[in-house]
Write a protein that binds this ligand. Structure first.
Ligand code: SF4
Length: 105
């Protein structure tokens, strides 16, 4: 029997985690993975777009969500460690993370 979906390309779905959207739950994340903390990410229950605002767009909503997130520390550490350039991570914008790095370095 031929599968009725055989014409759907296998790559039609792009996993947002692979694109670097923070906090999007991935079922097969293993506990030791550098991204394991993302399973507790509060932003996985919200609109990821708030975390990647257009240039000059508001970061307020994303930051408010980060402020109640359990894995904020892990998230920020990951972003700093991996030089994440875009988006809100751990409650900080790109510019704020750059500033933090300068202060730390
Ligand atoms: S700190 Fe913010 S960006 Fe990071 S996982 Fe939590 S809600 Fe998402």
């Amino acid at each position: 029997m031929t599968g009725y979906r055989s014409d759907v390309p296998e790559n039609w779905f792009v996993d947002p985690v692979n694109l670097g959207v923070p906090g999007v739950r991935r079922a097969e994340v293993d506990e030791d993975s550098a991204l394991a903390w993302q399973t507790d990410a509060l932003c996985s229950q919200t609109d990821p777009e708030a975390f990647f605002p257009e240039k000059g767009g508001s970061t307020r909503d994303a930051k408010r969500i980060c402020s109640s997130c359990d894995v904020r520390g892990e998230c920020l550490e990951y972003a700093l460690g991996n030089d994440e350039r875009f988006g809100i991570w751990g409650g900080l914008s790109e510019r704020e993370r750059r500033k933090l790095k300068r202060q730390a370095g």
